[in-house]
Ligand binder design. Structure first.
Ligand SMILES: O=C(O)CCC(=O)C(=O)O
Length: 312
């Protein structure tokens, strides 16, 4: 392995557990300050939480929504450029064509937008006596999977509820992602029950094989993935807002990073803080070699397919 490749096989992920309040300007300036702090402590890739510029709730989305580019993405672009980091900008309510989306924008170290992921699974749940939330009352769902390349590894992006859908992580894995990032905002009911569990579960996806899988893409018909990559175990990171007991939606907090062995390697408490994790791609390769499920898959017995919609 060349020195450069070796150097690239490790990088530092910084997860910002931001205190999000009702004043957008405060959320933005706090986010900018913490991205700087994260970079100053060696973060190469920085992750912000879901809805980092706005309180989380259907009654807030239209009030805080922005077009892209807009105030929040301009600020994130600057923060990425000034600090020379890859910045996964949590998510913001986005307005486009009369519709609202929950969108995550990713910036390169030059400040340019390299990706926009619109949450593809809207958070519509009803747990009697505990929590009812219907994002679809105000938001529309995105229709694309979202991955981006860095000099370190390929990264797959989902937003919060997206983490519950194993198929998404599976497809990311098949496309060669070694890190999955989920800006999120679980709550006081589903947080303790499922937040860490889902994150740890996401890394045991069955990865590359030698078939072709087609997945719906409402904008472009559907995407065809060539499953060349032999990826299984992954690093998975989640970023939550800090807990605020006085807000209408109380976030669980506990932003977390899990390694490919299923161990939690970094975890926040409930307050605002930045947590760090050193991502070691050699370790990831070792785990994949030790438990070689990719090569052991029984293609003769099962395969994963997706429902096809749109044009072929
Ligand atoms: O899946 C959950 O329990 C929480 C999801 C959520 O809060 C969200 O999608 O914003």
């Amino acid at each position: 392995m060349s020195t450069l490749a070796k150097a690239m096989s490790k990088f530092r992920l910084a997860v910002v557990q931001l205190q999000v309040g009702g004043v957008k300007a405060d959320n933005l300036s706090r986010a900018k300050r913490l991205v700087k702090e994260a970079a100053g402590r060696g973060g190469n890739l920085v992750l912000l939480p879901e809805c980092f510029n706005s309180p989380y709730g259907t009654s807030f989305f239209s009030q805080y929504a922005e077009r892209i580019p807009g105030e929040s993405t301009e600020l994130l672009s600057e923060a990425a450029r000034e600090n020379q980091v890859y910045l996964v900008g949590g998510s913001i309510p986005e307005e486009d064509g009369g519709k609202l989306y929950n969108s995550c924008i990713v910036f390169g170290p030059d400040g340019k937008i390299i990706l926009k992921h619109r949450k593809i699974h809207l958070f519509d749940i009803d747990v009697p006596g505990k929590i009812r939330f219907q994002e679809s009352e105000t938001l529309s769902a995105g229709d694309t999977l979202s991955m981006f390349e860095t000099p370190f590894c390929k990264v797959g992006v989902g937003i919060c509820y997206d983490i519950r859908f194993a198929e998404l992580a599976q497809l990311y894995s098949r496309q060669g992602c070694q890190l999955l990032v989920y800006p999120g905002a679980f709550n006081m009911t589903t947080g303790p029950a499922h937040w860490e569990l889902l994150q740890r579960a996401r890394l045991i996806f069955i990865g590359g094989d030698h078939e072709t899988v087609k997945t719906p893409n409402f904008r472009h018909g559907y995407m065809t993935f060539d499953r060349e990559a032999v990826d299984n175990q992954l690093y998975v990171a989640t970023a939550s807002p800090a807990r605020d007991e006085s807000s209408s939606y109380v976030a669980w907090g506990h932003s977390t990073v899990v390694n490919p062995w299923g161990e939690v390697i970094s975890k926040a408490g409930t307050e605002e803080e930045v947590i760090y994790a050193d991502i070691d791609l050699q370790y990831l390769a070792d785990v994949r070699q030790q438990i070689p499920i990719t090569a052991q898959r029984r293609h003769d017995l099962y395969s994963v397919t997706s429902v096809q919609r749109g044009n072929s």
